[in-house]
Ligand binder design. Structure first.
Ligand code: PEP
Ligand code: MG
Length: 579
């Protein structure tokens, strides 16, 4: 049956493929293809793991039989019998094997795929006893996964999806930004999640991967079945399940068009970003990992405008990177940019960027809680470690040091004090360190309203429109139920952005926008008209924004931008203008 689910469009393009449903709790399971000649050995891994689980369960049963309180353990014994029965079940075994033999999934992935499929069938059962058997299957899967970890895969690396004509689309209830990052080099051609807003960090990472994605698709993970054919329309934010032949052909045509369009954009890769009236514009890259400097340079970014260092800290189950590891990461990024400046933002964890699965913030309003600079200042040892690593990396290239979510004067003073202390510590150790420019994110309305104070203390500012919109309009950027209210063109936002840019320009200080607004080609002319000359965005968006810049004349845009900012309905004003 064909149906569609509406969500939030977060990463453009079209993906057509088979649905792979992954439960949030199983996202850390390896997902890769095995080569056809490795299918047999992968099946053997499954069978070895099964044999080990059977032996483990039988051992437990024997122990129970020997204990004095045999009677008391009857229930547990019966449960183990059920587990052993499930393990012997031929249909279950064949079900798991199917994914390895037919789809070439690795053993862990095959196991969890099959579990997902039958878990759904259990959910639909009327009989509560049978419904509860789902828990047994889950426990068994856990045991099998544990054993598989001990049975090394003979597959040395993921087999490329080459030769497979069926792309895969990942569908999950929720993906944390760290999960998303883990899928960066994966086999998936697109992503869909039930939860999340347009500028949630999961969405931002999806965008950085430049593959179609839809978030906030409510119950997609419930409605879609494992292996269904699906289409992700990343522009409209729609997921189409089991499309008709006609719809599929139409989307295949769109896919070809998009590829052609991208090819055309690549022609302006080496063209300097200069407007028709000769205004030079700086196009910088937002990155999450040192290796992201490669895609940044491939579209001729003239520097990194935002390195979100928190991704180095996430998903490490409590073991944060030490100074040496961080130093190597920052140095790699700086050297990777070959002398171009790199803006490194100190760690911004919290809210929708938990450090790991254990540290989800259960406070009612984590976005307003102890996150970003508040967390760094509350953990001075961790903060000083990061500062020392960055200052040491500054010996190898130009670094701008950026601080997130600053709102108070005392925070500014503390930050400067901590930078001085980090330098002193390096001096005491006899370690070399380089010069850095200090900057603050303007992403809290309080900061945007006190820009002159910020400019007295910092060398540059960077406007984080994602949080600025969240806090000004009181809309949780992760909550899909209010995402329709998330409006970059709200007059209040435009006034704050406009006044911040104007103040910086008046004082001759550099300012850039590094929120998602900077990477939206529909906003480029407005920001240019407001005087912005530095835009930082994911590398995948740079060429589309540059195209707008090459066609713009800032002399004409200036007065128009003021009109838009002063308007009661800026989006209508923009849509109606011919400029
Ligand atoms: C922002 O808030 O606009 C920003 C760039 O920071 P982040 O998206 O990482 O919160
Ligand atoms: Mg922010």
């Amino acid at each position: 049956m064909t149906f569609s689910v509406q969500g939030q469009a977060v990463s453009r393009g079209v993906a057509i493929g088979r649905a792979v449903l992954v439960a949030s709790s199983r996202l850390d399971v390896a997902h890769y293809f095995v080569a056809p000649e490795q299918v047999e050995s992968e099946l053997q891994r499954l069978s070895d793991a099964r044999a080990r689980v059977i032996a483990e369960l039988q051992r437990t049963q024997q122990v129970l039989l020997k204990t004095e309180a045999r009677e008391a353990h009857q229930e547990l014994n019966a449960l183990l019998d059920v587990h052993l029965m499930l393990l012997e079940d031929k249909q279950l075994q064949e079900g798991v094997s199917y994914w390895v033999v037919e789809r070439h999934y690795n053993a862990e992935w095959a196991l969890t795929s099959h579990l997902e499929q039958i878990a759904k069938q259990f959910d639909e059962m009327e009989d509560p006893y049978l419904r509860e058997r789902k828990a047994d299957l889950e426990q068994l899967t856990e045991r099998m996964l544990r054993q598989l970890r001990g049975v090394e895969s003979p597959v040395t690396g993921a087999a490329p999806a080459a030769g497979r004509d069926e792309p895969l689309v990942l569908i999950a209830h929720d993906l944390s930004p760290a999960d998303m990052l883990q899928f960066k080099q994966s086999v998936f051609a697109g992503f869909v999640t039930d939860v999340g807003g347009k500028t949630s960090h999961t969405a931002i990472v999806a965008r950085s991967m430049d593959i179609p994605a839809v978030v906030g698709a409510r119950s997609a993970s419930q409605l879609v079945q494992q292996d269904d054919w699906v289409i992700i329309d990343g522009d409209a934010g729609i997921l189409i399940v089991n499309p008709s032949e006609t719809v599929r052909l139409e989307y295949e045509f769109r896919q070809r068009e998009i590829t052609l369009l991208r090819g055309r954009l690549s022609h302006i890769k080496n063209t300097p970003a200069v407007t028709l009236d000769g205004e030079r514009v700086e196009l910088l890259a937002n990155i999450e990992q040192p290796a992201d400097t490669v895609p940044a340079l491939s579209v001729s970014a003239v520097g990194v405008g935002l390195f979100r260092t928190e991704f180095l800290f996430m998903g490490r189950e409590g073991k944060l990177p030490d100074e040496e590891e961080q130093y190597q990461a920052y140095r790699t990024a700086v050297e990777g940019m070959h002398g171009l400046p790199v803006t490194i933002r100190t760690v911004d964890v919290g809210a929708d960027k938990p450090l790991d699965s254990r540290s989800r913030d259960d406070h009612l309003n984590p976005a307003l809680g102890r996150r970003a600079i508040r967390w760094s200042l509350a953990e001075p040892a961790m903060f000083l470690t990061q500062l020392r690593a960055i200052l040491r990396a500054a010996v190898h290239g130009k670094i701008n040091l950026l601080f997130p979510l600053v709102a108070h004067r005392h925070e500014i003073l503390q930050i400067k004090d901590m930078v001085a202390r980090a330098r002193q510590q390096l001096d005491l150790r006899g370690d070399v360190h380089g010069p850095v420019r200090l900057g603050a994110m303007i992403e809290v309305p309080a900061a945007a309203m006190t820009v002159p104070m910020f400019l007295r203390h910092f060398d540059f500012l960077s406007i984080g429109t994602n949080d600025l919109i969240q806090f000004t309009l009181a809309i949780d950027r992760v909550d899909e139920s209010v995402s329709h209210l998330y409006d970059p063109l709200h007059p209040a936002i435009l006034q704050l952005v406009a006044s911040t840019i104007a103040e910086c320009r008046a004082q001759g200080k550099s300012v850039s926008v590094c929120g998602e607004m900077a990477g939206d080609p529909a906003m480029t002319r407005l920001l240019l008209g407001l005087g912005l000359r530095s835009f930082s965005m994911h590398p995948s968006q740079i060429l589309a924004v540059k195209q707008q810049i090459l066609r713009a004349d800032t002399r004409k845009l200036r007065a128009w931008a003021q009109e838009v900012v002063g308007s009661e309905n800026p989006s209508a004003h923009m849509a109606g203008s011919t400029i």
